[in-house]
Write a protein that binds this ligand. Structure first.
Ligand code: IPE
Ligand code: IPE
Ligand code: MG
Length: 246
């Protein structure tokens, strides 16, 4: 039986989130420039998006660039932005062919104008697709998102739109950049790092975490299947006892 066939189609995670890490080290390990790693990382994105769509996963969030990544050397940041613009432009027809709808979360004002333009076209062009919902976290960080949410709640309280005494978890959820999506059930991080790096801190409250040493440029569908099978072997208790679950 292939790995793919061992996946229980009835128990797929609805939402998978991925910290795509290890591009730079992968490249440097073979004496190449870090940008070479990012370029190859795009191949993995293609493969994983296709794999998730084929399986029938509802939501896939990919952490592509954090607000902290702006502090990298200028050369790497510009290289990544060029790659971003180029990739979006090239991938829209494939997204449409596979009925995939693109979403973006993050502080998009920080992006160069051509990247914003390219993104906004891609969002419109894939806007009516109903298959996999592909969420790119770009110039994203959880603390940025939470700060934004709190500010907007304060503004709406002041304007009399919401009663401050009624602000609760549901209110906060509605003000997050991810308000339209369910929380991720499975979070994958590649490259052997065991941290969250400011990614979906609130939304990952009950996600199953999966870490692999595989560097992102080498991550393929088979690796995704392994992560899903691992996920399906876990007992998710949400605070209850094991007996209550079975
Ligand atoms: C992930 O790979 C991609 C981005 C953060 C943009 P890295 O560039 O972080 O690669 P490493 O972790 O330095 O190897
Ligand atoms: C997290 O990776 C951000 C993305 C994958 C986009 P980093 O490489 O920036 O994280 P740290 O710095 O190792 O925590
Ligand atoms: Mg990294």
């Amino acid at each position: 039986m292939s790995l793919k066939e061992s996946i229980n189609q009835q128990a797929l995670p609805k939402h998978i989130a991925v910290i795509m890490d290890g591009n730079g080290r992968w490249a440097q390990e073979q004496g190449e420039d870090r940008l070479f790693g990012h370029l190859h990382g795009v191949e993995s994105v293609r493969d994983i998006v296709e794999g998730a769509a084929e399986l029938g996963i509802g939501f896939l969030t990919l952490y592509a660039f954090s607000t902290e990544n702006w502090d990298r050397p200028q050369y790497e940041v510009s290289g990544l932005m060029e790659l971003l613009v180029d990739t979006i432009r090239k991938e829209v027809p494939t997204l449409n062919k596979n009925n995939i709808k693109l979403h973006v979360i993050g502080d998009l004002n920080m992006l160069p104008a051509n990247a914003r333009q390219e993104l906004s076209e891609a969002l419109t062009e894939t806007g009516s697709n109903t298959g996999l919902q592909l969420i790119m976290a770009l110039s994203y960080s959880s603390r940025w998102e939470l700060g934004n949410a709190v500010r907007n709640i304060a503004i709406d309280v002041k304007a009399g739109k919401i009663d401050p005494l009624k602000v609760d978890q549901d209110t906060l959820q509605q003000y997050l950049a991810t308000s339209a999506f369910p929380d991720p059930e499975l979070m994958i991080r590649t490259s052997g790092e065991y941290r969250i790096s400011n990614f979906l801190l609130y939304q990952l409250a009950y996600a199953e975490l999966y870490f692999t040493n595989t560097r992102w440029p080498e991550f393929r569908k088979e690796n995704l299947y392994e992560a899903i099978i691992d996920f399906q072997g876990r007992q998710r208790r949400f605070g209850k006892t094991g007996d209550q679950i079975t």
